[in-house]
Design a protein around this ligand. Structure first.
Ligand code: NAD
Length: 470
């Protein structure tokens, strides 16, 4: 084994490694007790502090702190508690005739010592959400949250310390270097949420120890609107899905692909809904978040400059205020195909519109890009909906809505290729942190033993019968 003696997190790692079987052998009710402690911390003890930290870090309105952070984690806890008895028991499967005399099952055993690395856009949800699955599955975990939302990270460190001993769950605050040092250690599983580029670094580090990975990544999620769609409802839902958390959402619509015949009407309806949600002057709206920091503000400002450079049409928005990391909700059309808004994941409150003449053209456009985390289609035509779904690949889809697929714990959540590997939420999160251990129990003599060497003509005939009938 490699020498990790100089790694600052090695001792912590070893403490968890030595404790992993104690944690792995906990009963359902012991795991539920831990989940209850986390529930109480979020629901009661730290609820107000969480809202304050999120407001300091992201200008997040309290309603969004409740709905997009606390509610989501409590939902994960509730779902895990209700289903843990099913997930933890041996899962019986059929045994084929050729193995008669035995019975078969698999069980979900904990992977062991896990690393959870999380991003900044929903700091609590995307840190404690995976932690719920890790605990439910009986693992120990070291958590590295994002350095960009430092108030949230500091509070999460306090919550973790309150509930767990560090040989079970520990939270390490730090920048990229901290991640790099943690990634050198031979974790059994790495659960990463973040950008595709960093996802590649995580996977390369995991490959050194053949650690399994769940990569919850991002990318450009397209939204198709055909000419049969209810444009008013589409505009309302998209203006919410795009501008909640100021567009800093992995499953936010990244760009619109709309039938050119209905573009103008749709643009007018978008203006109406943005004003309804965030008033005429969005800077003063207390329902609208801020960009996380100056680095991301500058990144978004560069997108706006680039769009102006290409003489794009700003349907609305485009204003910024660097002092408060404010970027106005912005809708842009007539973009040159070279514009950066059509190439990089936007991850902010700027929405480009691209028009199409035929649905096939729209599908070709989507399929010329990386496979997205989400793909949305607004249409009343079941033929068109089917055509879109059957001729694209994506992590998830909403038909006539967006973003809400994230909230259904019965559904697997995750991307495909560039937008992610593996799934999370509910049962799929529990599965991500578990190894399915296959077991065969021999109860009586198996007929396969009749075929043990030395081989005879009789055994050859029996082998042929087995091939034919069993
Ligand atoms: P990021 O990839 O820059 O950072 C995520 C985490 O990785 C942070 O904790 C960071 O410290 C760490 N990190 C950054 N660079 C690293 C490196 N070189 N080596 C090791 N660790 C490193 O992502 P972000 O800016 O925090 O978040 C935005 C991205 O995350 C977007 O692409 C978004 O779509 C994606 N995202 C995906 C989901 C999902 O569930 N699929 C959810 C939220 C965000």
């Amino acid at each position: 084994m490699a020498d990790f003696g100089n790694n600052p997190y090695y001792q912590l790692f070893i403490k968890q490694k030595n404790n992993q079987y104690n944690i792995g052998n906990t009963t359902r009710s012991e795991r539920v007790e831990k989940l209850n402690k986390l529930k109480k911390a979020l629901e009661v003890t730290y609820r107000g502090d969480i809202a304050k930290a999120l407001h300091k870090d992201l200008g997040k309105p309290t309603v969004e702190a409740e709905l997009t952070e606390i509610y989501q984690i409590l939902g994960e806890i509730k779902f895990a508690k209700a289903n843990l008895h099913k997930w933890m028991r041996n899962q019986k499967v059929t045994t084929p005739m050729a193995l008669i005399g035995s019975s078969s099952y698999y069980k979900y055993e904990p992977k062991g010592v896990c690393l959870i690395i999380s991003p900044w856009n929903f700091p609590f949800n995307l840190t404690f959400g995976p932690l719920v699955s890790a605990i439910a599955a009986g693992n120990t975990a070291i958590i590295k949250p994002s350095e960009m939302t430092s108030n949230s990270s500091a509070l999460m460190a306090k919550i973790v310390k309150d509930i767990f001993t560090e040989d079970e769950v520990a939270l390490v605050e730090g920048e990229v270097e901290t991640s790099t040092q943690l990634l050198q250690l031979p974790f059994n599983h790495i659960f990463f949420t973040g950008s595709p580029n960093v996802g590649k670094i995580i996977m390369a580090a995991a490959a050194k120890h053949l650690a399994s990975v769940t990569l919850e990544l991002g990318g450009k999620s397209p939204t198709i609107i055909d000419k049969t769609a209810n444009l008013n409802k589409a505009a309302k839902r998209i203006m919410w899905g795009k501008f909640v958390n100021a567009g800093q959402i992995c499953v936010a619509p990244d760009y619109i692909l709309i039938d050119q015949q209905v573009e103008d009407e749709f643009k007018g309806l978008c203006s109406k809904w943005v004003k309804t949600f965030f008033t005429e002057n969005q800077k003063d709206s207390n329902s609208y978040s801020r960009i996380v920091n100056n680095r991301h503000f500058k990144r978004l400002q560069a997108h706006l400059e680039n769009a102006k450079h290409y003489n794009a049409n700003f349907v609305f928005g485009g204003d910024t205020d660097e002092n408060i990391n404010f970027v106005e909700p912005t809708l842009v059309s007539n973009l040159n195909q070279e514009a950066t808004l059509l190439h990089d994941e936007i991850f902010g409150p700027i929405l480009p519109i691209v028009t199409y003449k035929t649905l096939v053209e729209a599908l070709d456009y989507i399929n010329s890009k990386e496979r997205p985390l989400a793909l949305y289609i607004y249409s009343k035509s079941s033929t068109n909906i089917e055509k879109v779904v059957n001729n694209t690949r994506a992590g998830s889809t909403c038909i006539n809505n967006n973003v809400v697929q994230y909230s259904n714990h019965h559904l697997p959540f995750g991307g495909i290729n560039n937008s992610g590997i593996g799934k999370s939420h509910g049962y799929y999160g529990f599965k991500a942190f578990s190894n399915m251990r296959a077991t065969i129990k021999q109860n009586t003599m198996g007929i396969n033993e009749l075929l043990f060497p030395p081989y005879t003509n009789f055994k050859e005939k029996l082998a042929k019968l087995t091939v034919k009938w069993f």
